[in-house]
Design a protein around this ligand. Sequence first.
Ligand code: ADP
Ligand code: MG
Length: 260
Amino acid sequence: MPEATIEAEELSVVFGAGASQHQALKDVSLQIWKGKSVGLVGESGSGKSTLAKVLIGAVPITSGQVTVGGQTYGAGTGRRRRTPKQLQLIPQDPYSSLNPRRTAGQALAEALDPLWSRVSRHRKTIAEWLDRVELPQGSIDKYPYEFSGGQRQRIAIARALCIRPEAVIADEITSALDLSVQVEVLKLLAELREELDLTMLFISHDLSVVRHVSDNVAVLRSGELVEHGEVEQVFTAPQAEYTRQLLDSVPGGPGFAIRT
Ligand SMILES: Nc1ncnc2c1ncn2[C@@H]1O[C@H](COP(=O)(O)OP(=O)(O)O)[C@@H](O)[C@H]1O
Ligand SMILES: [Mg+2]
């Protein structure tokens, strides 16, 4: 059996209490094997970000458990922080995820060197990473406002990957970008995934986006997993009626996919 880097077992998350109670995840079981990528798809409000937050330890577990980097967390322990090496989250919004007062170099220095954030000491590594995500020369000393949305997302990707985490979660990282920029960022991520043998949970509300960056696809509907299978199988022979509906709503029809 291969080793699962990320695993959720019968995971349930309930927010609130009494009449305002809302079950965001219902008995979700999912494995991501080492070096593999799972695309998690579902409409807005289906619970995708809640799963990401549970995995990083930002939302408590109501029942069930998750395993990240060899450690298992259940109800009562779910909020314990994962180490940056175990799991990195690349957030959706490239405008708010970077500190406007820190240069691109400083953003990476904070990840590489949390205590002192010394750019000078890590300048070579930082420059290599900014180059690897195809940012122009001289980006190291520039501030977020000097970059486009797509470039900022490249900084966020470099910041997450430069410490060589075991696994990474990308939560709607292209949603705020124009289509042509989305394609470029996806292409970069697909390359880095291969090169670094990354274990990844790639979240999107858009089925066409996950095709080229995932080995497997999981479909979430109102907090429940309704489909989980290999990417080509899900695209060509979906098991759940709901997945069929999602495929039909992909612009250009089920055969369409953003080419990377
Ligand atoms: N902290 C919270 N408190 C109460 N309800 C929440 C909280 N976070 C998310 N929810 C609710 O849980 C559901 C799933 O949200 P979310 O995981 O953000 O969905 P998605 O990322 O798929 O759009 C939504 O109905 C949302 O309103
Ligand atoms: Mg979300």
